[in-house]
Design a protein around this ligand. Sequence first.
Ligand SMILES: NC(=O)c1ccc[n+]([C@@H]2O[C@H](COP(=O)([O-])OP(=O)(O)OC[C@H]3O[C@@H](n4cnc5c(N)ncnc54)[C@H](O)[C@@H]3O)[C@@H](O)[C@H]2O)c1
Length: 327
Amino acid sequence: MKIILTGIAGFIGSHLARRLLRDGHTVVGIDDLNDYYAVSLKRDRLAEVASVRAFEFVEADIADLEKMRALFATHCDATHIVHLAAQAGVRHSLERPELYVHANVMGQVAIFEAARKLERCLHLLYASTSSVYGTNRELPFSVEQRVETPVSLYSATKLAGEHIAYTYGHLHGVPATGFRFFTVYGPWGRPDMSYYKFASAITADEPIAVHGFGEMSRDFTYVDDVVSCLVAALERPPAPDRTGVRHRIYNIGNNRPTPLLDFIALIERSLGRKARRTLVPVQPGEMISTYADITETQRDFGFRPATPVELGIEEFARWFKSYHCVN
Ligand SMILES: NC(=O)c1ccc[n+]([C@@H]2O[C@H](COP(=O)([O-])OP(=O)(O)OC[C@H]3O[C@@H](n4cnc5c(N)ncnc54)[C@H](O)[C@@H]3O)[C@@H](O)[C@H]2O)c1
């Protein structure tokens, strides 16, 4: 099948692209290669994707509506879209909220607007986040829960993205599935995320800031498990709901939260070095704990998180040491 994949130079997008190309699909990848974190890492990921098989790469801003319309018109035979491009990161959204509205709200509208004009848009998959659960206290987080307390601009824009997707289903019949990812980690990961920052600081013998005085926990989810779920979901667009709208939301999480301090211990073990820890309070916009209820994801896509954190962190550390040339 022919798939338009946004955010292809990103962490999850590059892993998914490799899998799709290996599976024999045609991929048209979009990314604006912005400098939120090292552009060299994004380019290296693209080279890694290209090493599997040739694919078309378009450097473009997904929020540029006219460009997206023209691009999708050129590829009007594409049947599937996986929309992962976004301005990610909770903390940065406190400093640069406008970037989040641009990429995650206008970008979401532009992708859905362009998609609805495809000849046969069979399924549009898009990324949401566990952050939409905001101040919800009931764990595990279930897609049945109400989500109306986003505590960062990042989560507010992602929640808006879910509503936009529903509206395009209602108005234009675009079949779409949103996935709330829970702290995805692995090789080729994101340098702005805590596990990567910890690894960088530990190998540089610098202190690490442990937020929430070490009381936080996360449902760390290995990237290959996320990719497997997206691949399984591609050919399973949602059935119409009671009102005929084809839109659903799922959690993708490990279903096994790990205390942050245990996670740090695993990184230390994998890197063979000790961290110098500084315990600091929870930062504004952060959640204390995340834990995914994956009942629906298991039922509809056979999703099974197959990678224990012990193994996943080993894989990340192996890649980290090789990519950054550290022993
Ligand atoms: N990694 C996680 O733990 C996690 C958790 C929850 C949700 N998500 C969501 O999953 C998706 C992928 O995340 P990721 O971790 O791979 O992030 P990432 O930042 O590595 O990838 C996103 C990519 O999108 C691109 N991009 C950003 N704005 C763009 C724009 N306006 N036009 C074109 N390209 C643009 C970036 O250059 C980047 O390569 C995002 O939507 C993110 O919000 C990720």
